[in-house]
Ligand binder design. Structure first.
Ligand code: MTE
Length: 387
């Protein structure tokens, strides 16, 4: 077993490798630092302070991401002690009948499954220019799993929410170092009562692993990953949005596009909720050398609470676009696989991918810059050498 100290030592060593690699271009060309974290499989280390692991894009060739390849995002330390026997979940606040549930109690409730593409709001932050502070995620702070567990709505019905209950707050068991504010967030009651919002205990058929929130996490489908609180122990119904660092200034976007350096007043910001429309090219790999002939271009595309309508690719810099074939596997909040076969003669190629969703949103050439680097969704691009 790797202790936390050993683990931190290993990732510090990786930090030395990574710190010499600064620009976007060199990141793309340099070998990316990966690490074998127990239970994880070849993920890219993006932060050395807490466990923040990115999935390499070439792993995005299955509809469900194998759990060891599912990205990990932690704002602080994972809990040291997690005992399924003593774990309790409380539901209190603006309710008539506060509840305390054990894991056995949760297991007795009807389980519902939702296949959800979970994406960190900061995925792609590393591509914004000028650069913004925060984890410099590139493409892979996104993955898909089948989450299962009781509906949050059922628990809230048991607790009998008062008319004053407007928001639902989640709190997890993170270990908070020093003066770091607690990771506590809330969602509006309407989303909490949605039949697909879960208290998930399982991920793709197995109990949640510690990295993904064992023994229970919120699952708020179609919304940014930050809504889905891990290691959940407390649900509190509030009469207004929770006030705290991870609600404001955290996870808020300016109402209008702003220029880098502009001051934005809190009242001119809104919370980030649903995900953008976005596609990624999983293969061929950026920078690869390929033999002339037929080349399979493939990847994934998702759109949060909307459906993916189409994914197109271009090999002439976006002048013309060809339709791709979407995969058969689909679910309301899950990404679609897509593929297209090209015939390529020797030469240099730049392949672009662009998704459009059921709300008419189209992946833009350039993502809208914002001070925290959220929701990056520019058209994806890989360069290949056919020889
Ligand atoms: N829940 C707790 N308790 N603490 C956290 O740091 N990170 C959030 C969310 N839930 C977080 C959390 C963020 S920002 C994301 S993107 C998702 O968890 C990532 O989920 P994963 O690590 O299972 O991929």
């Amino acid at each position: 077993m790797t202790s936390r100290r050993d683990f931190l030592w290993q990732i510090s060593a990786m930090a030395l490798v990574a710190s010499s690699v600064s620009s976007l271009r060199s990141w793309a060309q340099a070998p990316t630092p990966t690490i074998d974290v127990p239970g994880e499989d070849g993920l890219i280390v993006r932060s050395f302070r807490f466990v923040d692991l990115e999935t390499p894009v070439e792993y995005f060739n299955t509809w469900l991401t194998p759990v060891p390849r599912f990205f990990v995002r932690n704002h602080m330390h994972e809990p040291n002690e997690l005992d399924a026997a003593t774990w309790r979940l409380t539901i209190a606040g603006e309710v008539e009948k506060p509840l305390t549930l054990s894991l056995t109690d949760l297991a007795k409730l009807e389980s519902h499954s939702v296949v959800n593409t979970l994406e960190c709001a900061g995925n792609g932050r590393g591509f914004y220019r000028p650069q913004v502070p925060g984890i410099q995620w590139q493409k892979g702070a996104v993955s898909t799993a089948r989450f299962s567990g009781p509906r949050l709505r059922g628990l809230l019905e048991h607790a009998d929410v008062k008319a004053s209950g407007k928001h639902v707050m989640f709190r997890g068991l993170d270990e908070v170092p020093g003066r770091v504010p607690l990771f506590i967030r809330s969602i509006p009651i309407e989303k909490a009562l949605d039949s697909d919002t879960l208290i998930a205990t399982h991920m793709t058929g197995a109990p949640l692993t510690k990295h993904h929130g064992f023994p229970a996490r919120a699952l708020v489908p179609g919304w940014i990953g930050a809504a889905s609180c891990k290691w959940l122990t407390e649900i509190k119904v509030l009469d207004s949005e929770f006030v705290g660092n991870f609600m404001s200034p955290g996870y808020r976007l300016p109402n209008q596009p702003v220029k880098p350096g502009d001051a934005v007043k809190p009242e001119d910001m809104h919370p980030v909720t649903g995900l953008n429309v976005k596609s990624l090219i999983a293969g061929p790999a950026d920078g690869s050398r390929i033999k002339p002939g037929r080349i399979l271009v493939h990847g994934v595309a998702w759109a949060g609470e909307a459906d993916v309508a189409k994914v197109e690719i271009s090999t002439d810099g976006g002048t013309s676009w060809k339709p791709t074939t979407l995969g058969q596997e689909r679910a309301r909040y899950a990404w679609r696989l897509w593929r297209h076969e090209l015939t390529a003669k020797p030469g240099e190629y730049s392949i672009l991918s662009r998704a459009t969703d059921s709300q008419g949103r189209v992946q833009p050439d350039t993502a809208v810059w914002n001070p925290s680097g959220y929701l990056y969704n520019a058209i994806d691009q890989v360069k290949i050498h056919v020889a």
